[in-house]
Design a protein around this ligand. Sequence first.
Ligand code: CA
Length: 232
Amino acid sequence: MKHSEPTVLIVEDEAAQLELLKFNFQKQDFRTLVAEDGEEGLLLAQEYHPDLIILDWMLPELSGIEVCRQLKRNDKTREIPILMLTARGEENDKVRGLDTGADDYVVKPYSVKELLARARAMIRRSNPVRSGEVVTYADITIDTEQHKAYRDGTLLKLGPTEYRLLSVFMGRPGRVWSRDQLLERVWPHDLDIDLRTVDVHVGRLRKALKQPDKRDPIRTIRAAGYSLDLED
Ligand code: CA
């Protein structure tokens, strides 16, 4: 699925809670997917690969914890950050939730404002490429342990910013990233960066990836952003 707004999957069996979350995320320009049980949540996560999953602890049939476990066990979904909703007093459960791979949790009743702030922070932090992995897409490879990147076996000359940019692209080939989203991920702590800086670094990355007789792997999508795409 190609789009630029972040997508959140909300898995919650209480209709009122679900509506409240959906409404608030939409107001913040998120695309929303909703599931009323764990089974459906798993299916949607695999099909749409959302940027974040809000997962209720207490679900009928398949519990939130089991859903979390399955998501983290599956290569296709393990990188998606999970924010768990737990009820007050489930201290052990919280720990278990984080053990199981949930990335953060919020205790019910929660403040929607706080939940949204956490959700944003989680998306900013999440980089689909895990450190220690070697990731390959078409003829491009990055070695995240060595912080090195290759095209067709040739080591690329990249500055740290270009490397980080490439690793964001490599996490989701084909996905269109807006400059704002790239800014949030590549310069997460820097508030003064201009959107044009993104263009400058994309330009440098493009140059570094350039090889004779090879296609430019970075597509510019007018009024939308950039995408790493060698599919067609
Ligand atoms: Ca529930």
